[in-house]
Design a protein around this ligand. Structure first.
Ligand code: ACO
Length: 323
């Protein structure tokens, strides 16, 4: 009998400060109407001065541990997805590990931009299946506000800060419709490196840099690649889209989310949407949505949850879980 990763609890954290579209329109050539119509975004949370990715991550992790009735000392693995680490090194996960009172096991970051959470979930799930870890914390945490060019209306209106976390625990895999992570599917294509990147870094300019994006090209790739990977995840589990109770997509653009929903033939009630309030929080968007929908009772134990994301790299991926 194999081992599977059961989702024991989720948690989320959003910085206090909310910035509305109107606030941005007061200092940029943009409007609430343009942003809502093109993206579905109405507001975003922005980290306070001095508030770091590890602060957001630690708050979300504490809430996930509380939901799982566990303490930091019970964990033996932290995988933290971020493209906006506190420092170039060590890993932001190491800081979170110390603050949670976890003194054993391993803690490290993974970097796949907006697909980061799916990558981190896959790494943690594989470690649990291999017997390398028993209780893992998977975190997506970002402070994209720090790498935005606030004079570029084409990008700065799209992103927000936040963190989400999920606790996984090893359970025996008794086959059939057992609860837990069913499968994860990861992809990348480095030929798209320049479509979405940050024009800085330790080995280039030595500065953190700003986000640059070919929005239209990314949009086109997103719809095509996400459709492929969602099919791959369902086929791998011999499931039809009709079996999906919840689609929890990366929240980059409401039009991309809606294209995926239509392709799967799902009603809007089965899609968890946070983009209107959170904007695109990169690696944090999927765990933020999971935490919100499980806290308010929408996602219930035994339900089938389909997660998908696409981001810089290009990277993309999907995960299926029986909650
Ligand atoms: N307000 C007003 N007008 C704007 C704004 C703005 N904030 N931003 C751009 N415009 C203008 C452009 O200048 C352009 O004007 P022009 O026609 O006079 O040149 C016009 O609006 C249309 O611009 P497009 O970029 O073609 O607009 P589009 O409909 O493609 O929407 C958007 C842009 C929202 C960025 C869209 O392309 C998108 O969402 N792409 C996907 C982005 C994405 O998913 N990124 C995240 C990936 S995840 C990650 O890894 C971070």
């Amino acid at each position: 009998m194999g081992i599977r990763s059961l989702v024991r609890g989720c948690g989320a954290y959003l910085p206090e400060r909310i910035v509305t579209n109107d606030e941005l329109a007061a200092r940029l050539d943009t409007s609430d109407a343009w942003i809502v119509q093109r993206t579905g975004i109405r507001q975003r949370h922005i980290a306070a001065e001095g508030e770091t990715t590890s602060d957001l991550a630690t708050h979300a992790a504490e809430r996930a541990l509380e939901a799982a009735s566990l303490a930091g000392a019970d964990l033996d693995l932290i995988v933290l997805a971020t493209a906006t680490p506190d420092h170039t090194f060590p890993a932001t996960a190491a800081n979170v590990q110390a603050r949670l009172g976890m003194r054993r096991g391993a803690a490290f970051d993974v970097q796949a931009v907006c697909t980061g959470f799916i990558y981190a979930l896959s790494v943690a799930d594989n470690a649990i299946r291999a017997g390398q870890a028993k209780r893992a914390l998977v975190i997506g945490a970002e402070t994209f506000s720090r790498i935005l060019d606030w004079n570029d209306r084409g990008t700065c209106v799209l992103f927000g800060d936040g963190a989400g976390a999920l606790v996984l625990e090893a359970v025996p895999d008794d086959g059939g419709l057992a609860r837990g992570i069913l499968s994860t599917h990861l992809h990348s294509d480095g030929t798209g490196y320049r479509l979405l990147y940050v024009d800085g870094g330790p080995s280039t300019t030595g500065l953190a840099g700003h986000l640059r994006m070919e929005g239209r090209e990314i949009f086109r790739h997103a719809v095509a690649r996400l459709a492929e990977v969602v099919d791959e995840a369902l086929t791998a589990n011999r499931l039809d889209a009709g079996a999906v109770d919840w689609l929890v997509p990366h929240q980059a653009n409401l039009r991309i989310i809606d294209a995926m929903r239509k392709r799967l033939g799902l009603p809007t009630e089965k899609v968890v949407i946070t983009i209107d309030r959170h904007a695109n929080t990169s690696a944090a968007s999927v765990p933020l949505a999971l935490a919100e929908a499980s806290a308010d009772g929408r996602i219930r134990p035994g339900q089938l949850v389909l997660m998908e994301a696409m981001g810089g790299g290009l990277t993309w991926g999907a995960a299926l879980a029986r909650w």
